[in-house]
Ligand binder design. Sequence first.
Ligand code: PLP
Length: 405
Amino acid sequence: MNYNGVDFSTYFKHYPSEDGFFGKYGGAFVSPELKNAMKDISEAYHTICKSAKFISELRRIRKEFQGRPTPISHLERLSNSIGNVQLYVKREDLNHTGAHKLNHCMGEALLAKYMGKKKVIAETGAGQHGVALATAAAYFGLECDIYMGSVDIKKQAPNVARMKILGANVVEVTDGLQTLKEAVDAAFAAYCNEYKDAIYCIGSVLGPHPFPLMVRDFQSVVGIEAREQFLDMTGELPDAVVACVGGGSNAMGMFSGFLNDPVDIYGVEPLGRGPALGDHAASLMYGTEGVMHGFNSIMLKDENGEPAPVYSVASGLDYPSSGPEHAFLHDLGRVKYDVVDDEETVDAFYKLSRLEGIIPAIESSHAVAYGIKLAQKMGRGSVLICLSGRGDKDMDYIIEKYGIR
Ligand SMILES: Cc1ncc(COP(=O)(O)O)c(C=O)c1O
């Protein structure tokens, strides 16, 4: 596969570059002090990611603790309700803690242990990354501070309880819109004061280098497994692969397995209430280039060039930018990015629950909604959707806001 001069057969050797760039996106735009901390993390990661001990420990954890490999399920009733296209889901909802986030958290916490850090710090939106990191911290015996906006604390109460039970300290963030962006701001600020003893475990393929690289690598298990399982199940590759994009970690994990294949790849962003600025969080669709939280990517900006307020029914997609690798793949045209709105998403949430007995996370429901629309357009073939998480955390909110459908 070759797109605009980029050869995908050797893509992972060249991207990101040594200093963390995917074309013009990525990098590490941080203070000189933090730049040194990033350099230490990068060096430690590059040393251990090649060590047999680290690889075998991570493999053991994935199998014995996380319950990997997660299966692929064929959505027979949903497919039949649409027509001839066969829909499949990669079941990250069955990963321990109920979402893909544990894939990178166990890796990041193992790295923290290796570096002799005592504490892990992170932000969370939907609470899935917070729960996953609190789980990893409990497993490895690390302290854990999770920053979360007040709005999300109310919306995702079950996950707040889970983090506390797991022993994490949940720090309420009351600034601005009190959602994911503000939580990242606060977690980053805390890390700047504590970087000697702590490590920042970012929740997606975001932040300064080396986080987008590390999180992609840890999540690539999703795409590697999915490709092999799909071939095993059907004897061929899917015609299309779909994943929702907040920061973009489940999508990068899934897509990385298929970038060099003749497979159409779609990233789905949240259109929320509609295309007006402030009503959605579709940064790749409507944003422009800019630096935020230590990396250069495409982001939604207000009239002063600052990160714009964003909205989505899904707390985990409620972020004004996306990972730099997505911006790169978007510009290259290798991945097509599109949107679904809240209504289509809630509809898909109920469809998957009623027709297949799977209650999806509201984030993942964006990918399901797009998969359904794509199947209607395609008429024949197969679509593999990344079901990034389960919907237990969303049930109360959906019933309260949208009622039972
Ligand atoms: C279940 C689930 N899917 C997707 C996301 C979005 O994150 P990302 O785009 O990094 O996969 C989240 C974030 O919290 C989530 O909880």
